[in-house]
Design a protein around this ligand. Structure first.
Ligand code: ADP
Length: 174
């Protein structure tokens, strides 16, 4: 079974086969991690994104990584948090994380790095997002040969601590 790692870092520096971009539905760049990925990848990324004609919330589309070390960027617009009663968990899980993992597998990616989707501008509470993210990734890894390694690249000590606590609550054996 593939392994999951929780690390503190900047996903634009990742050397994984694919990184995930917490995009918006227009796929034309934006703030937060989306802006950082576009800046690091260079303008060719936006040129390719324009050919994709957007992406629905919870689906995923793949581009090349251009100036990034990562070979591919998988763009997925996460759900905007509206209090939790509007299907946000389902969209974050089956749609975002699962769609990205399926796409990564189709392209033969052995390693995939994710940011914490929807927990910035889109306002999804970190602990709830962590539960959904970790459950979806662990389920996928237990039933598919690829990817062999998935990393959650957390951008702050606080986010890392929340993900570690969530992991320990659900998955640590001792
Ligand atoms: P969303 O619109 O999906 O909420 P954001 O980019 O606003 O997307 O935030 C998603 C998460 O990505 C936040 O937890 C934010 O702290 C984190 N983030 C921002 N920049 C980076 C980066 N360079 N590497 C990894 N994570 C990042």
């Amino acid at each position: 079974m593939g392994k999951l790692e929780l690390v503190l870092g900047d996903i634009t520096l990742s050397d994984a086969d694919a990184i995930v971009n917490a995009a918006n539905t227009r796929l034309l760049g934006g703030g937060g991690v989306d802006g950082a990925i576009h800046r690091a990848a260079g303008p060719e990324l936006l040129v390719e994104c324009r050919t994709l004609h957007g992406c629905e919330t919870g689906q995923a589309k793949l581009t090349k990584g251009y100036r990034l070390k990562a070979g591919y960027v998988i763009h997925t617009p996460g759900p905007v948090w509206r209090g939790g009663g509007c299907g946000e968990a389902e969209q974050l899980s089956s749609c975002c994380y699962r769609s990205c993992l399926e796409l990564a597998q189709q392209y033969g990616c052995r390693s995939v790095d994710f940011p914490s989707i929807s927990t910035g501008i889109f306002g999804y509470p970190m602990a709830q997002a962590a539960t959904v993210a970790l459950r979806t990734i662990m389920d996928f890894l237990s039933s598919h040969p690829l990817p062999e390694r998935v990393r959650m690249v957390l951008h702050s000590e606080d986010a890392l601590r929340v993900y570690q606590q969530t992991y320990n609550m659900w998955y640590a054996c001792d």
